[in-house]
Write a protein that binds this ligand. Structure first.
Ligand SMILES: Cc1ncc(COP(=O)(O)O)c(C=O)c1O
Length: 435
């Protein structure tokens, strides 16, 4: 459920008319609903009642400082993957002490920065990394808290590029080798074994792979608790969101209308399946959801440049492009695209919805049906709050989009559109080319 809906003919985020946002800040602009994020956070908490659960929000999904501050205020820590993300948490006033540091290639400088700010735990992906963390901790005269990421070899049944828990993915240590890795960790003088972690993939729409992975790893977690006194089990993130019926899924009735055997994953069904498996462990349970927390809380606003009628198909050219929202080009992802002003008297239009970038891949949707739209009219790409802005680039020297946060009837710019001067600020022509 979320807070994007039509009020009359005009698409609103909470009580804000999105056309007003586009008029004030231009397009392309990301808009985030603070209330939807809070609802998602609270639903997940309620779904896991009975566990000592703590969310480390996977900030790679959306790391705008306002979003981070919002989750920090709610009590979340962060799943972070770089020195830059540590600095973002600090800049947002978040808590590194309640956060975990993941990733297969942490540098010595990043490890040192995390230790200096009291990171809750490192999620270690390999044996060489154990040695590196031990070395940096020794240099700083501290003990580094670690958990090993185990790879349970479970098929998450999601897109190949976001599957992470199969044996041929680069992540984690195979379950069969994990006991030896913990033994190695226990020999290092500057490491403190604190937990165990797994993450099997992103955009999972069924609870079955989570259940399979937890069933595989829980007995190992119990052994680690006995042997090393571990304190927590992080079951990763990965809960999926609704992309195809994004607008309709904002309302409770849509969820109720889904046939019981095909109901998409919810925090309630996730909790109902996992709490009984996790409770007997008596461990703190960490969650690293990113997409679920913010995905349906964001939309990308864009403006129509032209309707180009081709020989075989129509192209609706908009001012957003693959540099702003790369998911369709990168993963063939579907985003529901709706007009900001709905007019049922208009004729229907079937068109490919494309951006202005010089790549055939700069296409958001093929043969999509919409109402007829003309130059200057506004559109929203729904379910764009996760892996939208954070995966954006400056390709074709297009500045990064603006970002706006809404709460109730108020909204504020939380990231200004990038200017040309900002794009080229670090560049220069070398002396040997100047004449
Ligand atoms: C270790 C880890 N945790 C959590 C996440 C977040 O996944 P999601 O956004 O699907 O919840 C990821 C995503 O790549 C990840 O690699």
């Amino acid at each position: 459920m979320h807070h994007f809906r039509y009020s009359g003919s005009d698409l609103h985020c909470e009580s804000v008319d999105l056309a007003a946002v586009a008029r004030l800040y231009g397009t392309p602009t990301y808009v985030y609903s603070a209330t939807t994020m809070e609802d998602n956070y609270r639903r997940l908490q309620r779904g896991l009642e009975g566990l000592d659960a703590h969310l480390c929000y996977a900030m790679k999904a959306n790391s705008n400082l306002a979003v981070l501050r919002h989750f920090a205020n709610l009590g979340a820590g962060f799943d972070l993957v770089s020195g830059g993300e540590i600095r973002r948490v600090l800049a947002a006033g978040g808590n590194v002490r309640g956060s975990v540091f993941a990733g297969v290639g942490k540098t010595e400088a990043e490890i040192a920065l995390a230790l200096e700010h009291g990171i809750f735990s490192f999620h270690v992906e390999s044996e060489p990394e154990l040695a590196r963390i031990n070395h940096v901790a020794g240099r700083l005269g501290v003990k580094a808290p670690v958990a090993i990421r185990v790879n349970p070899d479970v098929d998450a049944h999601t897109h190949a590029k976001i599957t992470t828990g199969k044996s041929d993915n680069k992540f984690g240590i195979p379950l069969a080798h994990a006991a030896a890795a913990y033994e190695a960790a226990a020999q290092y003088p500057h490491l403190e074994i604190r937990g165990v972690q797994m993450h099997i993939g992103s955009q999972l729409t069924s609870v079955a792979p989570f259940v399979e992975a937890v069933k595989k790893v829980a007995p190992f977690a119990a052994e680690l608790k006995q042997r090393y006194g571990i304190k927590y089990f992080s079951i990763g993130g990965g809960m999926g969101i609704i992309y195809r019926d994004a607008l309709a899924s904002g309302a409770a009735q849509w969820w109720e209308s889904q046939p019981a055997d095909q109901r998409p994953l919810t925090p309630e069904s996730y909790g109902a399946a996992l709490v009984p498996l996790l409770q007997p462990l008596g461990l703190k349970i960490l969650l690293e959801h990113g997409r679920f927390m913010v995905g349906n809380a964001g939309a990308l606003l864009a403006r129509v440049e032209h309707l180009k009628r081709g020989a075989n198909r129509n192209f609706l050219v908009v001012d957003a492009a693959m540099n702003d929202l790369v998911r369709p080009a990168m993963y063939d992802s579907y985003h529901e695209i709706v007009p900001l002003h709905r007019d049922s008297s208009r004729r229907a239009l079937v068109a490919d919805i494309v951006g202005p970038i010089c790549e055939s891949g700069d296409c958001f949707a093929k043969e999509r049906q919409l109402q007829e739209l003309g130059e200057g009219e506004l559109l929203a790409f729904l379910s764009a709050g996760a892996y939208g802005y954070t995966m954006a680039s400056r390709y074709n020297t297009r500045g990064m989009a603006a970002e706006v946060m809404v709460r109730g009837s108020t909204f504020e710019l939380v990231n200004a559109r990038e200017t040309f001067e900002q794009i080229i600020a670090g560049e220069k022509v070398p002396a040997f080319l100047q004449r």
